[in-house]
Design a protein. Structure first.
Length: 466
């Protein structure tokens, strides 16, 4: 497999496929609005969409540092699925039924994104093949069965457990010993969705200023180098780039995730792989991978790579380390040996937001008008939509336009979490955790034992993930 001609960075393959957009005009000076949204990714754009749909006369301004979709919204794996970070913790804090309501809302969110895309004529290559989580070691199989049982307990009665033969009939993964499939998922093209969404909200009358970095957020004020936007509500929708804001360095950790995309694969290769259902594909490794079969028959596959930059740094152009490209290529060939001769056309990376307790949150501080949503830990393609509708309801409730709703009563609303440790403890902790996970995966890959490696269990406890 050749990586000599691989394009490294340039935002992402999705932008190479679609072309980098010309940036909209920056903020021309001081301005006012009813609502100011900081961040032009999925969270910010969905929030603008639902608020403008609910109250068409609202004056909404979106401020974006680069261009809409520059961050995780334009670099992710294209998994529109029903996973949400922190559900098990919310069950412990608020009770099982509260977490079941949260899960049901996420199941419905997949349908909602598909519905809006169709209604607004956004062609994002959406294919509803569900989500297939695969195990290929005895330890992974044991975790898969536990995972499957837990998901059913949270209301996913339409989830299906498959053995080795049934799994390989769906997707012929070398060494697969079992899988769990849910219908609540779809593959999509991330940039087609974000570009379509930005155009849609602009057509509704939302003002979008790009090339306008917000340096500090205060009650009723969003400060930029070009002027200040004043609004009763300032909503922070910055996910992995939150650490760039003044005072937010330790709020959410910007975790790196990297991806590769192959050349379009010939029919002969697909005949050996299968994957005709075009399910989004994941595994049960500790340092897990995620993949999709694209609309033009490539495999786009991702994983953590180098997980974190010292001081909560973020990249500028999506460039990733050569060793990460090789590691992802090795995973691809191990799972699908017939791809060994395929060219890797593109490699890139991006950041996702990770709270200290690994729980996604939505909040509106009614005393200040400051709101935020994020901390999706890599599950943001669908979760951003639920977060946006929840922010809409919280603002309508606060402004007296409506009362509490089912969404405002979900357990992730108003959740508080402590900040991350200062450096160098952040860097040491994250790199140590993923070193432990990768070592555990290597041992499990060569072990006939069904139990989870104890080092991985220890890493989970130290990280606060369980």
């Amino acid at each position: 497999m050749s990586t000599v001609s691989t394009v490294n960075g340039g935002i992402s393959f999705w932008y190479a496929d679609q072309g980098t957009p010309l940036a909209r005009e920056p903020l021309p000076g001081d301005a006012t609005a009813d609502i100011c949204i900081v961040g032009g990714g999925y969270t910010g754009l969905w929030t603008a969409y639902y608020l403008k749909k609910a109250v068409p006369f609202l004056n909404i301004t979106v401020l974006e540092a680069k261009f809409c979709g520059y961050g995780a919204s334009g670099r992710n794996g294209g998994w529109l699925y029903n996973g949400i970070a922190g559900r098990d913790r919310y069950a412990k804090l608020h009770g099982h039924e509260a977490a079941v309501r949260l899960q049901q809302a996420m199941n419905e969110t997949v349908d909602e994104v598909v519905r809006v895309a169709a209604e607004e004529d956004i062609d994002a290559d959406i294919h509803r093949g569900g989500v297939l989580e695969v195990a290929y070691t005895p330890a992974q199989l044991a975790r898969l069965k536990d995972f499957h049982s837990v998901e059913i307990a949270f209301g996913e009665t339409d989830r299906v457990l498959r053995g080795a033969r049934e799994t390989c009939e769906r997707v012929n993964i070398t060494g697969a010993v079992g899988s769990s499939w849910t219908p609540h998922g779809a593959r999509l093209h991330p940039v087609k969705l974000v570009k379509g969404l930005a155009a849609t909200v602009e057509a509704l009358g939302v003002t979008i200023h790009e090339s306008t970095p917000v340096t500090e957020i205060k009650p009723k004020h969003a400060h930029t180098p070009y002027g200040t936007v004043r609004a009763p509500y300032i909503l922070r929708c910055t996910e992995g780039f939150t650490a760039n804001l003044k005072g937010q360095r330790r709020t959410w950790l910007p975790m790196n995730s990297s991806m590769i995309a192959t050349e379009p694969l010939p029919r002969s290769v697909w005949d050996t792989i299968g994957w005709d259902g075009r399910e989004t594909l994941g595994d049960m490794a500790h340092a897990y991978m995620y993949a999709q079969r694209t609309a033009d028959d490539r495999i786009a596959l991702g994983g953590r790579g180098v997980p974190y930059r010292f001081g909560s740094g973020t990249d500028n152009d999506g460039r990733t380390q050569p060793a990460t490209i090789e590691a992802l290529r090795d995973i691809l060939v191990r799972l699908f040996p017939t791809t060994a001769g395929a060219r890797i056309d593109h490699a890139w990376s991006g950041v996702l937001g990770v709270p200290r307790d690994w729980c996604a949150t939505v909040t509106l501080d009614r005393s200040t008008g400051l709101g935020w949503a994020g901390g999706y830990v890599g599950s943001g393609v669908a979760t951003t939509n639920l977060a946006a509708r929840t922010l809409r309801d919280l603002i309508q409730q606060d402004s007296g336009q409506s009362g509490p709703t089912e969404l405002t009563a979900l357990p992730w609303v108003g959740h508080k979490v402590r900040r991350w440790e200062p450096e160098p403890f952040r860097w040491l902790g994250v790199h140590g955790m993923y070193a432990a996970y990768r070592a555990a995966d290597r041992r499990e890959l060569n072990s006939p034992r069904p139990g989870t490696d104890p080092v991985a269990k220890a890493a989970d406890r130290l990280a606060g993930r369980h």
